[in-house]
Design a protein around this ligand. Structure first.
Ligand code: NAI
Length: 327
């Protein structure tokens, strides 16, 4: 049987953590033959640490055959020790009335500390996924704080946007969601993301031709996907958690185990592809194989797409400028 791998999860006692940990422990992320050791990080606050203890008791009570160990941590230097995978979920999302500078400063502190800890103690092959918002910029900060780790090891979660877009397209065309190929989401995990189905196919047929309604694309589809997070908060009174956890599982599973040629979306540091400046943590269509992702190349960018990409890029470079002084 396989040797256990170490999976660190931050914000482990939060909503997403509660929807995520049990699925990792059951083998849905890394395979039904891969034992895992969970290294869970929460803030030192007594309430958070107690909640974490409760979650660990429940993990124990599941008696998962693949769960080879669970650890509770309050310091990233111990939580990230030798970790092979790190899911950075805990962050400080923007609260009501919170100034942008304050948001960036608080997260700057969290993700520089965690990036440095990963740099110091994680496996040199660690695969890092940042879920906590602002996810792209937090991933950028962590990457910049970990100069001894390969840049490509740092990613941000755009998969929820990708899955939301796929679901909308399945509903619009009346086709099964699993039949959708070649969907791409470009840019920031924010309402500016550009979900692009120009190349998408269903059973080999063009989705764009099937829908044949550019007004729907611009006035219904893009706003629906872009504002889906807000719609969930309005309906549920809490932000999306189970769907976010599901997207994190999809992201890590595909990265680790491959996509068989299927396009998925990951936020990854640019190497200049599609004119995006180097290091910008940008949502790109990728395929994964052998534990590595590869950007889908050669996609034609028409005028409307370029406008959308410029807009989401501008937002990201502004965020990046806002944290420059923290790095
Ligand atoms: P939550 O508030 O229920 O849980 C967050 C947990 O993180 C809390 O238990 C908190 O104590 C912990 N935490 C805060 N700072 C920490 C630190 N420095 N180290 C370790 N733990 C820390 O929030 P929820 O709903 O679980 O969401 C987590 C994050 O994910 C939020 O930032 C949210 O905006 C983001 N999110 C991202 C999505 C995406 O698609 N990228 C989708 C949905 C949510």
């Amino acid at each position: 049987s396989k040797k256990p791998v170490r999976v660190a999860v931050t914000g482990a006692a939060g909503q997403i953590g509660y929807a995520l940990l049990f699925r990792i422990a059951s083998g849905e992320m890394l395979g039904k033959d891969q034992p895992v050791i969970l290294q869970l990080l929460e803030i030192p606050d007594e309430k958070a640490q107690n909640a974490l203890k409760g979650v660990i008791m429940e993990l124990e009570d599941c008696a998962f055959p693949l769960l080879a160990g669970v650890e509770a941590h309050s310091d990233p230097m111990s939580a990230f020790k030798d970790t092979d995978y790190a899911l950075l979920v805990g962050s400080r999302p923007r609260g009501p009335g919170m100034e942008r500078a304050e948001l960036l400063a608080v997260n700057g502190a969290i993700f520089t500390t965690q990036g440095k800890a990963l740099n110091a103690v994680a496996s040199r092959n660690v695969k890092v996924l940042v879920v906590g918002n602002p996810a792209n910029t937090n991933a950028y900060i962590a990457m910049k704080s970990a100069p001894d780790l390969p840049r490509k090891n740092f990613t941000a979660m755009l998969r929820l946007d990708h899955n939301r877009a796929a679901s909308q397209l399945a509903a619009k065309t009346g086709k099964p969601v699993a039949s959708i190929e070649k969907l791409a989401v470009w840019g920031n995990h924010s309402p500016t993301m550009y979900a692009d189905y120009r190349n998408a196919t269903i059973d080999g047929q063009s989705v764009k031709a099937l829908i044949n309604d550019e007004q729907w694309n611009r006035e219904t589809f893009l706003p629906t996907v872009g504002k889906r997070g807000a719609a969930i908060i309005a309906a549920r009174g809490l932000s999306s958690a189970a769907s976010a956890a599901n997207a994190a599982i999809d992201h890590m599973r595909d990265w680790a185990l491959g996509t068989n040629g299927k396009w998925v979306t990951m936020g990854i540091p640019s190497n200049g592809e599609y004119g995006i400046p180097k290091d910008v943590m940008f949502g790109y269509p990728v395929t994964c194989e052998g534990g590595e992702y590869k950007i889908v190349e050669g996609i034609t960018i028409d005028e409307f797409s370029q406008e959308c990409i410029n807009k989401t890029l501008k937002e990201l470079t502004d965020e990046q400028d806002g944290v420059k002084h923290l790095l």
